[in-house]
Design a protein around this ligand. Structure first.
Ligand SMILES: C[S@@+](CC[C@H](N)C(=O)[O-])C[C@H]1O[C@@H](n2cnc3c(N)ncnc32)[C@H](O)[C@@H]1O
Length: 192
């Protein structure tokens, strides 16, 4: 893992109480996790890339099973405790090099993680996602000049999710729905 990623991961770990104890609680209150989770086919084997402290997987507990992957060991340990009664394995790794065989999952999920990636890393991640699953479900920031994005730039945030980027990688975008105040889009894309 390169030096830039290490620094960003450290910054994220430092600001984690704010995300986990405040932002994630608001997301839960407004049903943002649920809006993405409801698109996951019941009983699906899923991979969440950038599963963090396990808030999204917690929402999916009972609906799906599978794997959460994250670049932070600290977050994985918190998730392990949070998800101890849920059918998810947790793996240390990076979005740009997924250690799974082709079509290993029914769906890949990401939630508020794409903005941590550079454009090149996004390209790499989308190719990896395409390899391991036909279906990609996401809740991601999609407006560059939004207050949440500007705030995230302070901790190394990069750029937002764009429909065109998915299409460039051969996905068909089936849903793209604004989730409101935080500039999040809930979306569904399928490999062609
Ligand atoms: C804002 S958190 C969201 C966590 C989780 N998806 C949730 O909604 O609760 C973003 C997560 O992406 C992870 N992340 C950032 N860059 C990554 C990368 N290149 N590979 C894997 N995970 C990454 C961070 O460590 C962090 O846990």
């Amino acid at each position: 893992v390169c030096a830039r990623k290490k620094v960003i991961t450290k910054l994220l770990e430092l600001t984690y109480p704010f995300h986990d104890g405040f932002v994630a609680v608001i997301f839960m209150k407004y049903g943002y996790y649920g809006q993405v989770a409801s698109k996951v086919p019941p009983g699906a084997r899923i991979l969440e890339v950038g599963s963090g402290t396990g808030r999204m997987l917690q929402t999916l507990c009972g609906r799906a099973y599978g794997v959460g992957l994250d670049i932070s060991k600290k977050f994985l340990l918190i998730a392990k405790e949070r998800l101890k009664r849920c059918p998810f394995d947790l793996v240390l790794g990076t979005a740009t090099n997924l250690p799974f065989r082709s079509d290993a999952f029914d769906a890949v999920v990401t939630f508020t993680m794409v903005h941590h990636l550079t454009d090149k890393e996004k390209d790499e991640m989308l190719e990896e996602i395409k390899k391991v699953s036909k279906l990609y479900l996401f809740g991601e920031l999609d407006k560059s000049w939004c207050w949440t994005v500007l705030l995230l730039r302070l901790i190394g945030g990069k750029s937002v999710m764009r429909k065109e980027k998915l299409e460039e990688h051969g996905f068909v975008v089936e849903e793209w729905r604004d989730m409101g105040g935080f500039c999040l889009v809930a979306g569904k894309a399928r490999r062609t």
